[in-house]
Design a protein around this ligand. Structure first.
Ligand code: ZN
Ligand code: ZN
Length: 118
């Protein structure tokens, strides 16, 4: 699977409301700010099936910078249906949950590329 889409969010690096290019791959999630070029990498930490829709809450560390929380319509790799996925991304982790089959994928922040905080 692979998703690639644009979403306007407050950048964790330049702090401006700018289009963020988000890529979701099977083992990795990437975000890139089209304003400052900062690129954040998140590595897949685990995927599990919830019994009820999980509450997507950002980590405490990321709270100062805020978290991105939105819904994205895309093909779920688990139930293979075009459905609403809830997405949460902050500076520590990222989480994607399918509203239909409740598959929840958890990503851990891995690294920023060199343009981070230049
Ligand atoms: Zn930025
Ligand atoms: Zn699903």
């Amino acid at each position: 699977m692979g998703w690639e889409f644009d979403k306007e969010e407050l950048c964790f690096n330049c702090r401006s409301q700018a289009i963020q290019r988000i890529k979701v791959l099977s083992r990795e999630l990437l975000t890139q700010c089209t304003n400052c070029g900062a690129e954040a990498h998140y590595a897949l930490h685990g995927a599990y099936q919830e019994k009820k829709m999980p509450e997507l809450i950002g980590s405490d560390v990321g709270e100062a910078l805020g978290a991105w929380c939105f819904c994205h319509e895309a093909l779920c790799p688990n139930c293979s249906s075009e459905t609403t996925n809830e997405v949460l991304i902050d500076t520590v982790m990222a989480m994607i949950a399918c509203e239909k089959c409740l598959l929840t994928r958890l990503y851990r922040f891995d690294a920023f590329d060199k343009s981070w905080r230049r």
